[in-house]
Design a protein around this ligand. Structure first.
Ligand SMILES: O=C1O[C@H](COP(=O)(O)O)[C@@H](O)[C@H](O)[C@H]1O
Length: 248
């Protein structure tokens, strides 16, 4: 067994998954505010932002206590259709009132290497310990998470917390991404994975052996908790997990 086994939760459909994810995020926000007065969360792009829509209706959240980062970001202007920030803005940020300086966006007007360095420097100013309360990760059908792709040299990057990539196999090719160095420091990580195209990589990702798993499966918070929220389609290749502990 690993030192950080994943707690797997399977939901009948995306509506149930979204509801549970929103209340899970709210609980982590409560805990973080209780312990350090602030909530630092990182969000992925792709299919993930839409599951957070329900948060906008909550009246029990003080948005001024939120600091938002991106697990990875495409090297495009913030109003580009490919922007992960843009996707989150459309479903959530437009509806709530997080102060703009507390949402850390990429600067795509400088070279991508500098953009990654600047993102890391600014993140360190906002969160010196670089320990996110919560990272919400997705996984592509190839097993990638953030912009950490199978077989890519970035999987071994240990010098920096945020790295540039210029040859992403999934467009757009230029991006910045959190590395394992940073992901290991998270207090909690939740993978949100849905749809039948993800079945083989869900099975591989939950393999205990780090050498045999996918880029997503290699995310193991050092002293935090790891959750996988799946819909029943994505979970179709897993054995019956009715005894899995619940995500509290
Ligand atoms: O390119 C990306 O893909 C992954 C997975 O996306 P999904 O649509 O299959 O959920 C996403 O987590 C990442 O943030 C994004 O940049």
């Amino acid at each position: 067994m690993t030192d950080c086994p994943a707690l797997v939760q399977v939901f009948d459909d995306n509506v149930e998954l979204g509801k549970r994810l929103c209340s899970f995020v709210k609980d982590r926000y409560d805990e973080a505010v209780e312990s350090r007065g602030k909530f630092h969360i990182a969000v992925s792009g792709g299919s993930l932002p839409k599951f957070l829509k329900g948060l906008s209706k909550r009246e029990d959240i003080d948005w001024t206590k939120w600091w938002v980062y991106f697990c990875d970001e495409r090297y495009v202007p913030n109003d580009d259709p490919d922007s992960n920030y843009g996707a989150l803005k459309e479903v959530l940020l437009n509806e709530i009132s997080i102060p703009d300086p507390q949402i850390l966006k990429i600067n795509s007007s400088i070279p991508v290497e500098e953009a990654a360095r600047e993102y890391e420097d600014k993140m360190r100013e906002l969160l010196p310990s670089m320990d996110l309360d919560l990272a919400l990760c997705g996984m592509g059908p190839d097993g990638h998470t953030c912009s950490l792709f199978p077989g890519h040299p970035l999987l071994a990057e240990e010098a920096v917390d945020i790295a540039p990539i210029s040859d992403s196999p999934k467009p757009p090719p230029q991006r910045i991404t959190m590395t394992y160095k940073l992901l290991r420091k998270c207090h909690q990580v939740v993978f949100v994975v849905t749809g039948e195209s993800k079945v083989p990589m869900v099975v591989s990702s939950l393999h205990d052996d780090l050498d045999k798993t996918t880029p997503a499966g290699r995310v193991r918070p050092e002293s935090g908790k790891l959750f996988w929220f799946l819909d029943s389609k994505a979970a179709a290749g897993l054995p019956d997990r009715s005894d899995t502990p619940s995500a509290n």
